[in-house]
Design a protein around this ligand. Structure first.
Ligand SMILES: [Zn+2]
Length: 134
């Protein structure tokens, strides 16, 4: 294991090439995360992208974001989970299907040790698009 002295991130390989600054694209953001989480972040991104291909990908609030006239949904890596941020109304609308997950106002926590509910993520993204896209 190697810890980059500049950004403090952890890599399996010594001197692993990576983007060390503030990520400006979703690719840079994902590349900047711990290796163990990258595939999960890619899966979340792919599920959302496939669900709402008309949305633009961008960084907003330092998080990967899907945008159409306004921010629709963000996600971000944390130590123990991926946070999905579709907004209060979406979390309330999907409360039944989210019963197995830790949620709070506008936030869904997808723990690293559970399979990702990719169909549910896609449905939430579609809901956000239908409700909020401009
Ligand atoms: Zn670095």
């Amino acid at each position: 294991m190697w810890i980059c002295p500049q950004c403090g991130r952890t890599f399996a390989r010594m001197e692993q090439a990576h983007y060390c600054g503030k990520p400006e694209t979703i690719d840079q953001y994902i590349d900047a995360q711990d290796e163990a989480v990258r595939d999960r972040l890619r899966a979340v991104r792919q599920a959302i992208r496939a669900a709402i291909p008309e949305a633009q990908e961008r960084m907003s609030w330092s998080m990967p974001t899907f945008w159409k006239g306004r921010n629709l949904i963000h996600f971000a890596a944390s130590k123990k989970h991926i946070g999905l941020y579709p907004g209060d109304e979406a979390v309330a609308a999907f409360a039944d299907r989210l019963a197995a997950f830790d949620t709070s106002k506008g936030t869904i926590r997808l723990p690293h040790d559970k399979p990702l509910p990719l169909d549910l993520i896609a449905d939430i993204a579609r809901w956000c698009m239908a409700k909020h896209a401009k």
